[in-house]
Each structure stands twice: as C-alpha cells, then as structure tokens.
Write a protein of this length. Structure first.
Ligand SMILES: *Cc1c(COP(=O)(O)O)cnc(C)c1O
Length: 376
C-alpha cells in the first residue's frame, strides 16, 4: 500500500533530543525553542514568533489576543479545519462562515464583504494548500472596517503572496507542525505576531499569564500574574525535533516540488472533461503542500478513491463544511455556500511526502489515467 502520508524525519532529531536529555532545560523556551524562533524571525522577517503545542493552540492565542466580547463576530471560511473556527468560538464569538472562491478553495473579498456588519471584529483567512489568499484586497477591506486579520497559515510554511511570506501579512498568524504538514514535530505550532500592539501580551499569554519571559531577559526583577493565559509553550523535546527539520527546509521543499511537478506534468492536459487540477493565482507561490484533483461529482470522486484503494494507493478528501456540521448547522444563518460544498464533495488529495518515489508517483498516475479513461 502507498500511504497518503509519511511524516518526514531528517535523521538529526534523535541526536538533538539526546542533547536535551543531557541538558538542564527540558521545559519550554530553551535553546532549541530560541533557535526555531530565530529561524522564522530571520528568514521571513516575522516580528515575533512563539512556538506552541499545536496549530490549534496558536489559533487560540490569536483569538485571546483579539479580546473578543460576547456578540462580536468573526468571519471564517467554511472550507477549513475546525480549529480555524473553534478557537474564536471558545472566546464567545459568533462565527459567520464565508464561501470559497470559484477558482480555488480560498476565501475571497467578494465572499467576505457582505458578511461585515457593526459587530464584526476579525477576518480569518486560510491559505489553502499553501496558496495565498488575495491579501492586499483583504487587508484593505479590513482596514476600511477597522477589523483584525488572522492568517491560519497551517499549510503555508515558505509560501508567498507576491514577495511577502504568508504568516507575515495579517496582524496575527498561526502555523502548524502537525505530522501531516511539510515540517512537523508530531504535534506543534507557532504563533506569529506582526502587529507591535500584541507583542508584549502574546508572551504573557504564552507563559500562563505571567511576565516570566521578561524576567528571564532581566527586564524585571521578579515575575508574577499579569493577565489571562495558559500553558502554550512546547517542551524542548518538541523544539529539538522541529529544529532538526527546519535545518533541512530547503531540501524538503525541493523534494516536495519534484513530486508535485511530476504529478502535474503527467496529469495536466490528460484528464477527461470535468476533472480539474490546482490553479495558482499569479500573486501566489506554491509551497507544494498538497496535490489534488477536483472530480466532476461526489460519485466520481468516490469511484476514483475506491479504485485507487483497491490498487494499493491511499488517498484522502476533506474538509466537511463547517457551516453544515452537526455542531453548527443550527447556529448558521442559513446561506448556501455552494463553492465550499463543491470542494468538500469533489476534491481528492494524492499522496505527497518526502520519501515518495518516482516509480510510486508513476504508478499512481497510471492508475488514475486508466480509471478515468474507462469511465462508465
Ligand atoms: C492542521 C490545521 C490546523 C490545526 O493544526 P494542529 O497543529 O493540528 O492543531 C488548523 N487549520 C488548518 C487549516 C489546518 O490544516
């Protein structure tokens, strides 16, 4: 069986974890955590980075920093992972779900604008598959209405909008290092603070509501309880694992690019009518997080996935629309989100991981082309 995903390992993870075992700091914010923060701050110019124990946690920190009041509204795409919404729901916000665009699953200005009212406080964007949303237009809309923008950059490491790195454009952003992402440490994430106003408070929330980080920098002579917060920082073991991967980022991205392009060369122009492949807007780069096919119908997708499974290839689909989920359907305002529903029904993700071999890609492609040329 060719699995859908195999988490990447560089081989250095064990020796860095061994270093942590022999050191005096095993809890968070030690040397490996600092190496990881520095990597992102230097390479992408992010104002402030804080590792978290998951992408979900980073989104929860974003929501806490937005200081929402009961009744405040947050606009979130429906076609995303639950965490993009639940982080804000936990803070008491009402979620207005927005539709995806026609050309790709990202949220659009056209979908966002009609949802803005006097209670709206935040727009959450998800750069699906690491492909940028139209950030200039979204930031301008947010500025016009005095809204905050949170980037769910869970898919988006090393990807860009024009020349600007994703995660560095909104007021706040969240990355994920879950094992399904390009870079992973099992479970992990990172908050990015781009707006100076949130820098100090982000560190306090990260450190259980205390100013301990300032204490360690020698800025105060004792630390204490200053604000709300939680235990968001991961241990040095996670950071050491992550560092072993970050060191290899260019190699990982190069290999993923090779796989993505091999799929694309073999499939683009060779699929029957009604089947579509990823399209990138000219302002977006590709970080090769995902390769997918859009099928003409749910039935066609189910048939393709079953055929591949019966021939030893595991594929997946996602997301189940959040607006019509069991948990939210009663709370949703009733609008149809037809693009979202279409992606949920028709998108199939192909295996894409560092160790995937050329022969395996060729086998997957051959199976797809064989199946689709013999459609009933
Ligand atoms: C993976 C993912 C998350 C959550 O990240 P975790 O690290 O698993 O908590 C949030 N949003 C999106 C779009 C994701 O793909």
């Amino acid at each position: 069986m060719i699995p859908f995903n195999k988490p990447y390992c560089s081989g250095r993870e064990q020796s860095y974890i061994q270093e942590v075992c022999q050191s005096t700091t095993m809890s968070g914010n030690g040397q490996f955590t600092k190496l990881c923060h520095g990597f992102f701050e230097k390479r992408y110019g992010f104002r402030k980075c804080l590792l978290t124990t998951s992408g979900t946690d980073a989104l929860e920190m974003c929501a806490m920093l937005c200081e929402l009041k009961p009744g405040d509204e947050v606009i979130v795409p429906s076609y995303t992972f639950v965490s993009s919404a639940i982080a804000f729901l936990r803070e008491g916000a009402f979620i207005r779900f927005a539709d995806s665009g026609k050309d790709n699953p990202n949220i659009t200005v056209e979908a966002i604008e009609p949802l803005i009212n006097e209670k709206t406080r935040v727009i959450v964007v998800v750069h699906y598959a690491g492909v940028a949303c139209d950030m200039d237009a979204i930031m301008a809309l947010a500025e016009k209405h005095h809204l905050l923008v949170v980037e769910d950059a869970a898919h988006s490491i090393d990807s860009f909008y024009h020349e600007r790195p994703l995660g560095g454009i909104g007021h706040l952003a969240a990355f994920s290092f879950h094992e399904t992402k390009n870079i992973n440490c099992g479970e992990g994430g990172m908050l990015v603070v781009n707006d100076e106003r949130f820098v100090r408070r982000s560190e306090i929330i990260w450190e259980k509501g205390t100013n301990r980080a300032e204490f360690y920098r020698g800025m105060v002579n004792k630390y204490g309880w200053c604000d709300i917060g939680s235990s968001f920082l991961p241990s040095e073991f996670n950071a050491a694992f992550l560092w072993a991967q970050l060191e290899q980022l260019d190699d990982i991205q190069g290999q993923r690019r090779h796989i993505w392009e091999r799929y694309d060369q073999a499939l683009r122009g060779h699929l029957p009518e009604g089947y579509c492949l990823p399209e990138l807007p000219d302002y977006a780069t590709n970080n090769y997080h995902m390769y997918y096919i859009l099928c003409p119908s749910l039935k066609a997708r189910t048939e393709l996935m079953n055929y591949l499974k019966n021939n030893g290839v595991q594929t997946t689909f996602h997301y189940l629309p959040l607006h019509s989920s069991k948990y939210y359907e009663d709370k949703h305002d009733g609008r149809q989100l037809s693009n979202c529903d279409r992606y949920a029904d028709t998108l199939v993700r192909l295996p894409l991981y560092y160790e995937l071999k050329d022969e395996e890609i060729d086998k997957i492609v051959k199976l797809i082309l064989r199946k689709l040329s013999h459609r009933s």
